[in-house]
Design a protein around this ligand. Sequence first.
Ligand code: PLP
Length: 232
Amino acid sequence: MTTIAAKLQQVRARIATACRQAGRNVEDVTLLAVSKTFGPQAVRAAADAGQLDFGENYLQEGVDKIAALADLRGRLRWHCIGPIQSNKTRLVAEHFDWAHSVERLKIAERLSAQRPADRPPLNVCLQVNIDGGPTKSGVAPAEALALARAVAALPRLRLRGLMTIPEPAPDFEAARAVHASARALFDQMNAAGLGLDTLSMGMSDDLEAAIAAGSTLVRVGSAIFGARPPKT
Ligand SMILES: *Cc1c(COP(=O)(O)O)cnc(C)c1O
């Protein structure tokens, strides 16, 4: 077994244990393998081990990887999880299946307008700045419902849910409390009729806390692929 296959198995076991402890079905939590900075052969090894969803942060790197793995295109689902500048929306609209990091209506409008007619609507999550973290990425929780209504009305997007990247928490309970506030917002938006099915939260270090709080998709990089080289 490759190292990546073995690590994938460990991550799946962590997800299964967290689901069992939370009284949740393991099928209700999707594993997104975050392959940023790793090459196409790492993705291929994970795909050979049954992994179907992959997340990329850096758009050109992601597009190059998708092209290098064109033979797997029909099987894999590619998720953009990094910041989307308005001059990069076309890359996302043309090459990805999902965008998790939409935080402004203008970006959503461009994605909808640029989504090719022969592709299904682009799946979208709104990034929410759930803890008011200093990175300041994401829409403020109080503005999320209005943005969601506007995004849901765009013809070539399918609004699926919310995504959060909270600041690292000091312990499990603190991590769970932040994730629980995201889950509460998600539930509130569904009570308002939005029909969301995806709450994208939890990474290598906090996936158990995220699952305990009601995450439906965890984005895991280093626990599968190993430590990333420092950014150059
Ligand atoms: C890098 C990244 C991840 C994965 O982080 P790990 O700690 O390596 O699991 C998840 N989500 C986003 C948005 C990221 O940029």
